[in-house]
Design a binder for this molecule. Sequence first.
Ligand SMILES: [Ca+2]
Length: 417
Amino acid sequence: MSRHTQGAIHFFLAILLALAARSAPAQTVCPEFSEVSVRFNCRFAGQYRTGQPYDFVTATPAGTGESFADAGMSIEVVARDCQGAAVAGIPAASIVLRSNGLCVCADGQGADGPTSSTGRTTFRQARLHAGGAAATLEVVVDGVVIGDVAVNVNGPAWKGSAWCAVDTDTKAYFAGVFGSELGNLGYGIESDFNEDGYIDLTDLALFARHLGEGCTPQTGVAAAGVRDGAPASHSSSGVEPPRIGIFFDSLGTLDCAELAVDEPVEYWILAFVEGSALDGITAAEFRVDGLPPSVTSLESRRLADVGLGAIDGSSLAWSACQRAENGVIPLVRGFLVASEPLPATALRVTGRIRPSNDLFGCPLLTRCDIPSACDPDPVNSSKACAVGLTALVNPEPNPCTTATARRTWSQVKKLFR
Ligand SMILES: [Ca+2]
């Protein structure tokens, strides 16, 4: 073989080796050598599983629920190949959690970051984009299931038409279990989004926050679950309780009205939070007591995104924090009309006859910063009892000093046309 030929062969071999190196198969993640673990740093503080390690995360289709850190959890993942070598640089989106009980959304899943040089990553800041409910989560890395963690999942996209949406079906289901508590037939942890043992106004507030969310499910993954979360920290610097009252103007200055037969009078139910510990509200629950049968509430509108119960015994919630404008937060607007002459009547705002939580028989408001799962008092710290105010209709012997605007019924109808 000539020196020239030998040189050509060496050159050719060098190219082959270089090509072989470039096309070397990527490391395959191997379940036998990989690791998954979870730590729980909070304990259940309500009526449900009191004192046990807190292992629930609330997911939503848009990924707006709790992060694992919000729920006091940390999931650790170590990816290794079948030789036990760390697999570095696996993209975060290729490290996902799934369960047959969940509708896992196609977008938004993933770990906190790619695997490190030691093959490690975490789920702490990550949030599930999902609906449904689950008791365990499989950890899938590059399509390979490397283990599972005993983490429970719930959320507002539960029992809906698609499980990946918080829709009217989901709302109908929630309305059916609203007001139940641990031990009741209707109670299920799936709808108790802060897992305190009560499906009450706090949960309605969390539900309303996510109503309308939906996502496209991952293909090949069964329906799943979600949960919603809550930022922590709430000060209680206020000294006055909030108030809820019925008024005959939108600013809450007229608490007296003359109601003549067949002459509708506009009314407003208003919340006042100034001077209280609340800087806004996300849900309200109350009833108007004292309406005689001859007085009807007409064209009444709950000024909220979700309303449950009768208009005069109402639980309502908004998707976003409601703050006072001109000092008031409007809850309901409508008209009162009397079918026969009405004697002096007092209308008082009270708690619902059947409150969503029996511990709170008062007119009730939920704060905007619903505390996180690690709050030591999840039942109470999200809510504030309000003082119910009283309005007078046709007082005797001294009639109202300020006239209320009277309207004919046809004028009322025009207002809503
Ligand atoms: Ca609850």
